[in-house]
Design a protein. Structure first.
Length: 403
């Protein structure tokens, strides 16, 4: 080994090495991301003995990569999402920030040993929020929208989610204390906090997204409230009955609807983004469906709309998703630099508008659009998710049986 190579190795080691004192101890932690109004968005974080990290949201386990140490700091990264935690070991646990460089976001983060997300002042008195609630976000504003709150409560602990027309907010958990409700979640990409107070049978409160968004909401019990049918929201543009596409895959090869591989086959097209948790849930379902079935006349294609600033970054994120699920079907880069839905619609003019990531388009063997399913209700929605899986399989089999 010559002198130059030796010095290079020493230099690299000095940038990456850290002492045992700088390493994070294994065990259970309560992580916090700081929202607006100095609110904390707590989540359960576990550091395993091998240095890998898991995030728990009720029934969901989000597996992160092994901790990477750089000098006196360390990184906690998602195997799929772009965001990451950069922190240092502190006297009580960890201190640092959660970054998303493409969105220019930086959220303060800390963690300390523990198991309970929310500290209770009086755990003996609490209202039972179990049941179905009609929720109105941004009431009275132009961007008002409805949702369904689905809560299960045992003693003071609550779990559940919120369903909207474009999908659900994932597994959430929290507490009831006196007449207040708190629910939080963090999945390696998005951090949410719902905090409300019951007043005369109505919950009033705020929904916090990281440190960049805060909106009011009101909620009332309503067992009969329902959201619009997701199969009737996104519609075909006038004078279109076919869905045309032609984009590059992760290898730079152009894949188009006219390719021979799609001839006389049923085609399911997923409009998505690698940054989107609902899209990840849907991709999980699609991957499982393909692994469990072997329909030779069925094809899948995903069209990725990425907000990363460069094409190279977008392809990198697509490759991470492909590796995560061992995906064999094409994921095509339809757009990068923005995930704006108006811009996305211009790339696929067969649809009048893009309402949601994800959206599924079902195309029969004669290239006719048969159904467009907007949004995705994932595992956190329980029965709704089971119904979606059943309807999906029934439609696919019906289309495959057609000549």
């Amino acid at each position: 080994m010559n002198k130059f190579n030796y010095l290079l190795i020493v230099l690299l080691f000095s940038f990456t090495a850290c002492s045992e004192d700088d390493k994070v101890s294994s065990g259970a932690y309560i992580g916090n991301l700081f929202a607006l109004d100095n609110q904390e968005i707590p989540f359960n974080l576990y550091v395993l003995n091998d240095g890998s990290v898991e995030i728990y949201n009720h029934k969901e386990i989000v597996k992160m990569k092994k901790i990477v140490y750089i000098k006196d700091s360390f990184l906690i990264k998602s195997p799929v999402f772009e965001g990451y935690i950069k922190a240092k070991k502190s006297s009580v646990g960890m201190e640092g920030y959660f970054f998303n460089n493409s969105l220019d976001r930086k959220i303060k983060f800390n963690a300390y040993p523990g198991y309970e997300r929310f500290k209770l002042k009086n755990s003996s008195i609490n209202y039972n929020f179990s049941g179905k609630w009609k929720v109105v976000f941004n009431p009275g504003e132009v961007d008002e929208y409805n949702a369904i709150g689905m809560f299960d409560q045992e003693d003071h602990k609550i779990s559940g989610t919120f369903r909207t027309t474009t999908g659900d907010y994932g597994f959430m958990e929290g507490v009831s204390e006196e007449n207040s409700i708190k629910l939080s979640t963090f999945n390696g990409a998005h951090s949410y906090l719902f905090k409300g107070q019951l007043e005369k049978n109505t919950i009033r409160g705020f929904f916090y997204r990281g440190n960049y968004n805060k909106i009011p909401f009101v909620a009332n019990r309503d067992q009969n409230f329902s959201l619009p049918n997701p199969n009737n929201l996104t519609v075909i543009s006038d004078h279109y009955n076919k869905f045309n596409f032609s984009f590059e895959d992760n290898k730079g090869r152009v894949v188009a609807d006219t390719d021979l591989r799609f001839k006389n086959k049923v085609l399911v097209i997923q409009i998505m983004g690698t940054w989107c948790p609902n899209c990840l849930d849907e991709t999980t379902f699609i991957s499982e469906f393909i692994n469990e079935n072997n329909y030779k006349d069925l094809e899948f294609v995903s069209l990725a709309f990425e907000y990363t600033k460069t094409k190279e970054e977008a392809i990198y994120n697509i490759n991470k998703l492909i590796d995560r699920f061992n995906i064999k079907y094409p994921i095509l880069l339809a757009q990068f630099g923005t995930s704006n839905k108006v811009e996305a619609q211009r790339k696929i003019p067969a649809l009048k508008q893009i309402i949601s990531y994800p959206t599924l388009v079902f195309i029969d063997k004669k290239k006719k659009i048969r159904r467009i399913h907007t949004g995705f209700n994932g595992p956190a929605t329980g029965e709704k998710y089971k119904n979606f899986k059943k309807e999906f399989e029934e439609l696919v089999i019906k289309l495959l049986d057609e000549s």
